[in-house]
Design a protein around this ligand. Structure first.
Ligand code: TSJ
Length: 677
């Protein structure tokens, strides 16, 4: 009895009753619902409501967070359903709209969500998917659901967290529709018209807090075009051939972006290298289906000294790596070493190339699709399935060895690069051993220019990295010396993107930061030793300031990434304007705010507006009040949410290609200022 009532769905179960073909009356489900045990339905309905109530009580458990991340996650959750239909081979187009009324609409041209009556629940399958927790993933007999966000929670969670949701199914000549409010059915699935297309459309209005909705779940309902754009583009790269559009109708004229890559991850790798010089024109690509797991790898070397490997499992980014990455790395190392030995790039006396030698300068994308992915690690973003290691290793070793054998010119370029990396690593190691006692890591004395704070508990301490000695002076005078340290940095800091580690470490500003922070760098980075839990970049609010900030962030990103991952890095927000009217003074941080203020205080008599060009124009007291005082300041926390966007901007701004950089700075001077990596 109990098992009969559990809201488990097995859509392709024998005895599944589909809607009769002549079903045209509005309340499609009403007739069939009488066919099942009424009491059973009532009880399952209670379970359904309890399930969605749980989602509304603890939304974070289902969607990760209720901030902008959770909000955007809702879009991905819905899009994932359409991607699955595309992977099943039935859908070519997915359109995402951001409407003026705050809703998001996702349309596909697949087969249309099944509307047949679910045998156990007596409700149309589409309703079950959207109202029963965890129902989504269990649909579909053949094939498997490969897509699905980090939480993979299903569309019903999005429904529960939406003020309203509307689903429209185009199928068998009919247009079906049903609506919900905070997960509750508003009316039975009904036929609202006829059609000659097929597909599924879901539109939802997120339950965001606002003046009219004080009890809303999400802190914000403001979909950000750039965040959605990045993920949808990634989805298009990972699922070749699918055409994904994103249309923002909240602005006039509407903005539309189309993402469609016939080359899939090959084009992804080109994109990663797009502002870099590449060592050979076409990425190397390999693909295979082994024991039910689909493996795709694309790689291409460039002329930087960084590795840039992105791994995915079932379209989910796995920044912590996992078995697909270890399989790839070991196969890459093995095949390059074997080729090197066979063709004399490595002499008998040479040791084998190490994994880091063959990954230097490498841009690669690894994408696996498997039936039951296991995600592990702190942020559940590491692939754990052990069988995947051998599968990826086998495929990459096989295909890469063949490729190198057939393309000696490219093989030579790769081998030269990797052997060069090994030599540099060896030289750096020797140099480090010679100067062991004096390395930046172990040096006991703090940099001379650092004005340290008296507090020793890192959790309470802040360090301001200040552009220029003069602003540094004001900051030193203005700060609270108990918990705020100041490190003035002179001019542009070294671009670590363009040099190997040994050169980076000979740079004075870099050395000063490393010793001040106290936690080392690279492989020897130890966050336990970090002396400040807030590292604040304080630069002028102009393009130069933005550039210096990016250089600092590049350095943290490449050598001390945990600092960013842990959220210890901030950007100070000095005011752009000071407005004086009568005896009153206002500090204003952006142009919108200025406009608002002027409307509020009126322009008659005319207020005096002063634009700050640099930190140096502020007195130490002003700097404290506006930018450094925790009571009154605003700071922007830097996250690596979108490491790819970060890397893109960095290589754009740092790379050798001057033209794209100039264009970017000219077009995005504002963006660089607002940069939230
Ligand atoms: F889940 C959802 F409602 F949020 C949603 C589902 C949202 C969007 C935009 C699309 C979809 C969706 C679901 N598109 N296509 C499908 N396809 C199916 O659900 C489907 C169709 C046919 C069959 C079959 O076996 O005949 C099976 C499935 C799972």
């Amino acid at each position: 009895m109990v098992t009969d009532q559990t809201p488990e769905i097995n859509y392709n179960q024998p005895g599944d009753t589909d809607l009769p073909n002549d079903q045209t009356e509005p309340h499609a489900s009403a007739t069939s619902a009488t066919a099942v045990d009424k009491n059973a339905y009532d009880e399952t309905q209670i379970q359904v409501l309890e399930g969605l109530e749980a989602v509304r009580k603890r939304p974070g458990m289902y969607i990760g967070s209720t901030d902008f991340r959770g909000l955007h996650h809702c879009v991905y959750e819905i899009v994932d359903n359409a991607i699955d239909e595309a992977l099943a081979g039935y859908c070519t187009d997915i359109n995402v709209f951001l409407h003026k009324d705050g809703s998001c609409e996702v349309r596909d041209n697949g087969r249309g969500f099944p509307v047949g009556i679910h045998p156990k629940l007596g409700r149309p399958a589409v309703e079950v998917c959207l109202t029963v927790l965890h129902a989504g993933g269990k649909f579909g007999g053949e094939g498997y659901k490969v897509s699905g966000g980090l939480h993979g929670v299903g569309a019903s969670v999005v429904n529960a967290l939406s003020r309203r949701m509307k689903v429209t199914v185009y199928q068998d000549g009919n247009v079906y529709q049903q609506e919900y409010a905070r997960g509750k059915v508003l009316y039975d699935l009904k036929v609202i018209g006829t059609t000659d297309r097929t597909g599924t459309t879901v539109q939802f209005w997120p339950d965001a807090r606002g003046e009219d909705n004080p009890d809303g779940v999400f802190e914000t309902g403001d979909f950000q075009f750039n965040i959605l754009k990045a993920r949808l583009r990634e989805m298009a790269f990972l699922n070749k051939g699918v055409r994904i559009t994103l249309t923002d109708e909240r602005v006039e004229p509407a903005i539309e972006r189309v993402y469609h890559y016939e080359g899939g991850i090959i084009e992804f790798v080109r994109y990663l290298n797009k502002n870099k010089e590449v060592l050979f024109p076409d990425p190397i690509y390999m693909e295979g289906v082994i024991k039910g797991t689909t493996v795709e790898v694309a790689l291409q070397y460039n002329d930087t000294y960084q590795e840039n490997i992105y791994t995915f499992a079932n379209n989910i980014h796995t920044p912590e790596g996992g078995t697909h990455l270890t399989g790839f790395s070991s196969a890459l190392t093995r095949s390059i070493n074997e080729y090197g030995r066979q063709f004399g790039f490595l002499k008998a006396s040479d040791t084998n190339l190490k994994s880091e030698d063959v990954r230097e300068s490498l841009a690669a994308v690894i994408s696996v699709k498997l039936v039951e992915p296991q995600f592990e690690g702190q942020t559940k973003s590491k692939l754990g399935n052990s069988e995947v290691r051998g599968i990826v290793d086998g495929l990459v070793y096989d295909r890469l060895s063949t490729f190198l054998g057939e393309n000696p010119a490219i093989a030579r370029i790769i081998l030269d690069r990797c052997v060069g990396a090994a030599r540099a690593r060896e030289a750096a190691r020797k140099a480090r051993e010679l100067t062991r006692r004096k390395t930046v890591l172990e040096s006991a004395s703090l940099p001379g220019k650092l004005a340290d704070c008296t507090e020793r508990d890192p959790e309470k301490c802040e360090i301001f990295l200040v552009e220029g000695d003069s602003a540094g002076g004001s900051a030193k005078t203005g700060r609270d010396r108990f918990f705020q340290a100041i490190l003035p940095l002179r001019g542009k800091i070294l671009n670590v993107e363009k040099v190997r580690i040994d050169r980076a470490l000979s740079n004075n500003e870099i050395k000063a930061m490393i010793t001040a922070f106290g936690c080392g760098y690279g492989d020897e980075f130890n966050i336990e030793k970090l002396r400040y839990h807030r590292i604040v970049c304080m630069t002028d609010a102009d393009v130069d300031g933005a550039h210096i900030r990016i250089l600092m962030l590049t350095f943290f990103y490449r050598y001390m990434r945990p600092l960013i991952e842990k959220g210890y890095v901030y950007i100070a927000m000095p005011p752009l304007y000071k407005v004086t009217k009568g005896k009153k003074e206002y500090y204003v941080y952006d142009d919108n705010e200025l406009e608002k203020l002027l409307q509020e205080i009126g322009r008659d008599p005319k207020p005096e507006i002063r634009r700050y060009k640099g930190l140096g124009e502020m007195s130490s007291e002003q700097l404290w009040q506006t930018t450094m005082n925790p009571e009154t300041r605003t700071m922007m926390q830097v996250s690596v949410e979108d490491a790819m966007a970060a890397d893109e901007i960095m290589s754009l701004l740092m790379g050798d290609k001057v033209e794209p950089r100039k264009e970017f700075i000219e077009e995005n001077a504002k963006l660089v200022t607002d940069l939230d990596i």
